[in-house]
Structure formats: structure tokens, C-alpha cells
Design a protein around this ligand. Structure first.
Ligand SMILES: [Zn+2]
Ligand SMILES: [Zn+2]
Length: 146
């Protein structure tokens, strides 16, 4: 990680970042300077961070990484990894399911995004800290052989 561009931040900014999730990421790493939600293309979300890093996630990944309590509990009981797609139950009526994409993406204060997914789910609050910690770029999450 580059240490260029470190700057002093206000006390409130620092406290806000720390209080969010007690994460040790530097403030610059969890402060977005540009957020692109490619809703019309249906592709995903891209964020440029203040430390110069760029993250991107596709919508399916984000849906499967929903940080709400219900999804967290579901992942814990099934052992599914964050962002890993859950196998569909064999439902003869579910012939086709549209790929996950948000109907709405709303900023939550200054610290998070909230997605209203096309399957109706909308309880996940994706904080900047959370998103940065699950960055899917080739540096943070090198492609695994599988
Ligand atoms: Zn959820
Ligand atoms: Zn990354």
C-alpha cells in the first residue's frame, strides 16, 4: 500500500471512521471520493477511495455479501463465504430468476450505501468500511484457482 497522500483529518472524521466498525483501516482507505453505481448497465459498483485505491464489485457479489443480520446468520449456519453465491433450492416453480440488481441505491448518511434489491431484500447497510474490507480488486482478492 502506498503511503503517499497521507493527510491530517479532523478529529470528528477520524472518530467517525473508528466508531463505525472498529476497523483498523486508515481513514483515507474508507473515504470514497467517487462512487459509481452502474445500475442501468446492471454491472455493479465502483468506488475510488481517497488513498488512491479503486474497488469494484458486481451486483451478484454484493447481494450475496449482504451484511444484514439475517444474511450474516444464514452465512454462518451454512458456512457460505461472504459474496459466495448460494445454491438455489430445487424449486420447480423458480424456472427463471433475474440476476441480482438493485432497484434503488440510497446513500445512508455519509458512511454507507443501502441497496433495494430486485428480489425485495433491502435490510443490508453497506458501510464504506465494510465495502473496503471486502474489496474484490485483483490486489485485495487475487483470483483463486477453483
Ligand atoms: Zn441481507
Ligand atoms: Zn482492492
Amino acid at each position: 500500500m502506498s503511503h503517499e497522500g497521507i493527510r491530517f483529518v479532523s478529529k470528528e472524521e477520524a472518530e467517525q471512521a473508528v466508531s463505525q466498525e472498529n476497523n483498523r483501516l486508515p481513514v483515507d482507505a474508507v473515504t470514497p471520493i467517487k462512487v459509481r453505481v452502474k445500475k442501468s448497465e446492471g454491472s455493479g459498483v465502483e468506488i475510488d477511495w481517497r488513498d488512491g485505491h479503486r474497488s469494484s464489485w458486481d451486483f451478484r457479489w454484493l447481494r450475496d455479501a449482504c451484511p444484514c443480520a439475517t444474511c450474516n446468520a444464514e452465512r454462518e449456519t451454512t458456512g457460505r463465504k461472504t459474496g459466495e453465491h448460494k445454491p438455489k433450492p430445487q424449486d420447480p416453480f423458480a424456472l427463471y430468476q433475474a440476476p441480482p440488481r438493485p432497484d434503488e441505491v440510497t446513500p445512508v448518511g455519509k458512511y454507507a450505501l443501502s441497496f433495494k434489491w430486485n428480489d425485495g431484500h433491502q435490510s443490508g447497510i453497506y458501510s464504506w468500511t465494510y465495502l473496503r474490507s471486502v474489496c474484490q480488486c485483483s490486489i485485495c482478492a487475487p483470483p483463486r484457482k477453483s
